[in-house]
Design a protein around this ligand. Structure first.
Ligand code: PMP
Length: 330
């Protein structure tokens, strides 16, 4: 009989898929790693087990304890999967720009979710970092994974995501592209690929315009889960060879194209990673193999990126044809 003893046993070994439609004018091979194929729906399933194992080992998390984390949603789901199995309670603090669908997903897995204002400084007592810190201090038996500073985040990508990409491309990958949130994905995966290839693989970060990593002025943006206004400890900023800035408009337009043209219903940070991959690939040749990591599914963004009204209200082009406009007016 072939089965997993629990759903968490199915994390990782996600597929690589070649893009064929959004790649016009590109001769390099563009492959995307489909992280929504993880059971909790995102790349963040990968970090939860290692973070909790370490906390238990170090005595930071005891039986019956409570996991309190600042998350844009995906880390919450990953932690909730393991918390269920191990008997922990979960409280997740999100910035209020996180879609209601994603907040409700965490609730569906049994978590308490607390929403906090997005547009305040990290040091502000109302920020999702401050609120989660305070709860972790006040609640007896609470443990805060602190994914922004926890070395087990990058370590899990070093142990799994990196080797999967290396093995699935038979060592042929030449470029790796990932959005940077906590920096765990690009740091762990990038470090593995650099080491495995003796430094030959080029590592490229993708970053929303307005975030600190791509060096422009810091301001708000709408893509979720990526970019920051501070430098997290989980991100080794010396690793990326380049960080490419992508606007929300570019990210969202590509996210919609991936669903319609490639059959890939993915989130906005996935669209952002593909935009960066294509920008990098414009200067590459047919011998290059670019792998872009797509962190989560588009199901969490049906009310936003895939909703024409939301897009128009926020000033984004939805490319409605005159025929569609006429049909909708009937
Ligand atoms: N995209 C989404 C949707 C995410 O939730 C995250 C995690 N914050 C990322 C990208 C970035 O991953 P990392 O934190 O490993 O940099």
């Amino acid at each position: 009989m072939k089965y997993s003893h629990a759903i968490t046993g199915t994390i990782g070994n996600t597929p690589l898929v070649r893009l064929t439609s959004v790649t016009e004018g590109i001769t390099a091979t563009i492959l995307v790693k489909i992280e929504y194929a993880n059971p909790g729906g995102s790349s963040k399933d990968r970090i939860a087990e290692r973070i909790l194992d370490a906390a238990e080992r170090d005595g930071l998390l005891l039986p019956g304890g409570t996991i309190v984390e600042a998350t844009s949603g995906n880390t919450g789901v990953g932690l909730a999967l393991f918390a269920q199995q191990r008997g922990y309670k979960t409280i997740f603090v999100v910035p209020d720009k996180v879609s209601l669908d994603k907040q409700n997903t965490m609730r569906a897995y049994g978590a308490e979710v607390i929403s906090t204002p997005t547009n305040v400084e990290p040091s502000d007592p109302r920020s999702y970092y401050s609120v989660s810190d305070r709860l972790a201090r006040q609640i007896p038996g609470a443990f805060k994974p602190n994914q922004y500073d926890n070395p087990n985040g990058p370590a899990s990508h070093y142990a799994t995501t990196g080797p999967e990409i290396w093995n699935d491309t038979d060592g042929g990958v030449t470029h790796f592209v990932a959005g940077v949130g906590t920096g765990g994905t690009i740091t762990g995966t990038g470090r593995f690929l650099k080491e495995a290839s003796d430094g030959r693989v080029t590592i490229i970060g993708a970053d929303p315009q307005g975030s600190i990593y791509s060096g422009g002025p810091i301001h708000g943006y709408n893509v979720e889960g990526v970019g920051e206004d501070f430098w997290p400890g989980a991100f080794d900023a010396s690793l990326p060879d380049d960080v490419i800035m992508v606007t929300d408009a570019e990210s969202f337009a590509m996210t919609r194209r991936l669903a319609r043209e490639e059959g890939l219903l993915v989130g906005g940070s996935s669209g952002m990673a593909v935009v960066a991959a294509l920008k990098a690939a414009a200067a590459l040749t047919k011998d290059d193999v670019v792998v872009a990591l797509l962190p989560d599914s588009g199901r969490g963004y049906l009310g936003k990126i895939f909703n024409d009204e939301w897009m128009i209200d926020h000033g984004y082009d939805v490319a409605i044809t005159p025929e569609q406009a006429e049909l909708r007016a009937r």
